[in-house]
Design a binder for this molecule. Structure first.
Ligand code: PLP
Length: 379
């Protein structure tokens, strides 16, 4: 039997009686702490399919203490942003890719699928209702958190019969309020974030909780983020560690290869250890567009710390940067590995490739590139 799919035409909107005061667009706007006035919610049931979507005043959820989401991490989420352009119009950035990834995460948990065009229509409706919450300043945006959770009150691991999809939003400021601050990374050869055949390529809450303790250990060593590694052997059979991701971002190293060409390297998406980042994809697509004119080689290939250290010793590591929705581009100044510091030649400055990517991506996000297909108007 075909159950009713997600249907944006059934949307019911109940507006908040009075809007909350909005935070100022300054350094007091802490990421993820201020929530706008409304939330979108849709419930799914294995016998009735998707119900009528609701936009309601933002508030707490009611769920059983036995809800499967709370015990077996049957939950997944997305992170995306809405931007206000110079004409005051609100724009989403490549929302189709977030919805595709959310559906992939939901499949990984055996949750129901969302019809992407309907989910996008509902997200647009939510952002329109709270358009006044999209900050008008460059570097500021409205962060959106689409989430799916298992609601079943059941202390046993089984398929989900009751699921809730909801989206709420938070105005956020620039990740680096005082401009780019290149970060130091702790390359962690002990804790592994994800592994081949695992679920690191899905955005499951269960992937993130266990990263807090290693992140605190990195802080204790004066490092801002963990560079996640995966143990392997190099081509000579020596112990090696593959570079996978940094914190909750994908990572690029810019090397001068043995032929003297600038090579942008990031880990491939082939074995399930890497989250397919929207920003990663943008960096790769922009780099490939520029490859010929700038003489860049663009590689999605395994990169081991042995190669990074050898290239660093020969002065061939030019720069490195993380990339993700929250920070867009996060330049790296230093990588600490096995007690030694690999200082990058860019030091406290932003490397030219990181700068190019920052400019190109933010110009599209804020609608400064006319009619770019990655920037989707909400109206
Ligand atoms: N890697 C991980 C583990 C993440 O959580 C994120 C953020 O969502 C990313 C990479 C970057 O992905 P995106 O560019 O889609 O934000």
């Amino acid at each position: 039997m075909d159950l009713p799919g997600l249907d944006a035409s059934k949307l019911v909107t109940e507006l908040a009686p009075a809007p909350k005061p909005k935070p100022a667009n300054d350094q007091s706007l802490v990421f993820g702490k201020h929530f706008s006035d409304h939330i979108l919610q849709v419930d799914w049931d294995h016998e009735r399919g998707w119900g009528a979507p609701r936009i309601e005043p933002f508030g707490d959820l009611t769920l059983s203490p036995a809800a499967m989401a709370l015990h077996y991490a049957l939950q997944c989420f997305e992170g995306m942003k809405a931007y206000k352009d110079a004409q005051g119009r609100v724009r989403l950035f490549r929302p189709d890719l977030n919805l595709e990834r959310l559906n992939a995460s939901m499949r990984r948990l055996y949750l129901p699928q969302l019809e992407a065009s309907q989910a996008l229509a509902l997200i647009k409706a939510l952002v329109k209702v709270d358009a006044g919450w999209v900050p008008e300043k460059d570097g500021y945006s409205l962060y959106l958190r689409p989430t799916a959770i298992a609601m079943d009150p059941y202390l046993g691991l089984q398929i989900v019969n009751h699921c809730k999809f909801y989206v709420f939003t938070c105005p956020v400021g620039p990740y680096y309020p005082s401009g780019f601050k290149p970060i130091k990374l702790l390359a962690d050869s002990k804790n592994v974030r994800a592994w081949p055949g695992g679920c690191g390529n899905s955005k499951l809450g269960g992937n993130y909780g266990p990263t807090v303790a290693p992140q605190m250990a990195a802080h204790d060593e004066g490092c801002a983020q963990v560079l996640w590694l995966y143990p392997t052997r190099d081509k000579d059979g020596e112990e090696d560690h593959l570079v996978t991701e940094v914190g909750a971002m994908n990572v690029f190293f810019v090397l001068k290869n043995k032929q003297g060409q600038t090579e942008l390297v990031t880990a491939p998406l082939t074995d399930g250890t890497i989250l397919p980042g929207v920003t990663r994809r943008c960096v790769l697509e922009l780099a490939r567009q520029q490859a010929q004119s700038r003489g860049w080689q663009v590689s999605e290939r395994p990169l081991g710390m042995n190669e990074v250290m050898a290239a660093h010793g020969e002065g061939r590591v030019l720069e490195a940067f993380g990339c993700g929705t929250a920070a867009v581009i996060a330049p790296v100044s230093c990588v600490r590995f096995k007690g030694g510091d690999l200082d990058l030649p860019t030091g406290g400055a932003v490397g030219p490739v990181a700068k190019f990517m920052w400019d190109a991506i933010t110009d599209i996000q804020y609608g400064r590139v006319p009619d770019h297909p990655w920037s989707v108007l909400v109206d």
